[in-house]
Design a protein around this ligand. Structure first.
Ligand code: ADP
Ligand code: ZN
Length: 288
């Protein structure tokens, strides 16, 4: 009999739930708006009541508790999203479906999907960075997603400022961290509210963004030494950023450590919107 697996990519805007067989052929996939837990989760439960799955992989927006020693393991923690703060996501799933679970961040899920089926296929390590409304980073090293006391929060690493950047930064916690300087809303605020996709491709704004993203790549290279750094999210649709990030990376790294050829090292996501759900299925299969 065909074994089925479940996947939930839980985002701040929508939850994607899917069921697939062991070859990743999708049996059913739905998108559920993220409103309040009572509403959204009720639809999630209904979806999984229709399918008998061996295991479920969940990759969730956060912050989430991934520390197995913690009494709130499986909870969403400090999210500003109304109703979701301290919600016992994993616990509520387990109450209804008694199967093995994989539980990690949305970006770790995407990183894992890209490693096994996407841009980092054949590698053992990668970092996945999404640059959109916020910046989030997932890390896989030696084939395992990285979690420790908590999970990586690469979007909030502290930045050395671009010498010509006078923008104060948008992060409510740190002002000028990576997300505060280079996520979509920061890019738009720096330009006085011009939509990011309306900023001309040769505008100085992109050089500044590339400088910060390159700086993050330098820090990630120095700390983790991954085989690939993969960019996704709305801002990464600005293809002109990639050569600029590579060039700035080269300058900032100043040949200190060897890296793969930069054209193969700093790359665009390959699975696009399917990275997260793919990662969830693969993690579910391993959790079984
Ligand atoms: P989310 O992060 O909410 O999941 P996105 O990754 O699409 O969704 O991020 C939305 C942000 O990305 C917006 O703030 C916008 O500034 C920026 N963005 C979306 N599309 C583009 C684009 N084509 N070019 C530049 N920036 C974009
Ligand atoms: Zn921050």
């Amino acid at each position: 009999m065909t074994k089925l697996y479940g996947a939930i990519e839980a985002g701040g805007t929508k939850f994607v739930c899917a069921v697939a067989d062991e070859n990743l052929n999708i049996v059913e996939r739905v998108s559920i708006p993220t409103t309040v837990p009572e509403e959204t989760m009720s639809d999630v439960f209904k979806f999984f009541e229709k399918h008998e799955v061996q295991a479920i992989g969940i990759a969730s927006f956060g912050p989430i508790d991934v520390n197995r020693k913690s009494s709130t393991y499986g909870y969403l923690t400090n999210t500003p999203k109304p109703g979701w703060k301290n919600y016992d996501f994993l616990g509520e799933m387990k109450k209804r479906f008694d199967v093995p679970y994989a539980w990690t961040t949305d970006v770790n899920g995407a990183a894992y999907g890209e490693l096994k089926k996407g841009a980092a296929l054949g590698k053992d390590s990668c970092v996945y960075l999404t640059v959109g409304t916020g910046i989030g980073g997932g890390v896989v090293i030696n084939g395992k997603v990285i979690e420790g006391y908590g999970h990586p929060e690469i979007g909030h690493i502290i930045m050395r400022r671009h010498p010509e950047d006078k923008y104060e930064g948008k992060c409510p916690f740190h002002h000028d961290c990576l997300e505060g300087l280079a996520a979509g809303p920061a890019i738009e605020a720096r330009q006085g509210g011009v939509k990011a996709y309306d900023i001309p491709k040769d505008d100085k704004a992109w050089e500044i963004v590339a400088y910060y993203l390159a700086q993050a790549c330098v820090d990630l290279t120095l700390t983790l030494s991954p085989e690939k750094i993969i960019f996704g999210g709305g801002v990464s649709k600005q293809e002109q950023l990639f050569p600029m990030i590579r060039e700035s990376f080269k300058k900032q790294m100043n040949d200190y450590v060897p890296t793969p050829d930069l054209d193969d090292y700093i790359v665009h996501v390959e699975l696009g919107d399917d990275a997260g759900i793919t990662g969830c299925f693969l993690l579910a299969m391993e959790a079984e």
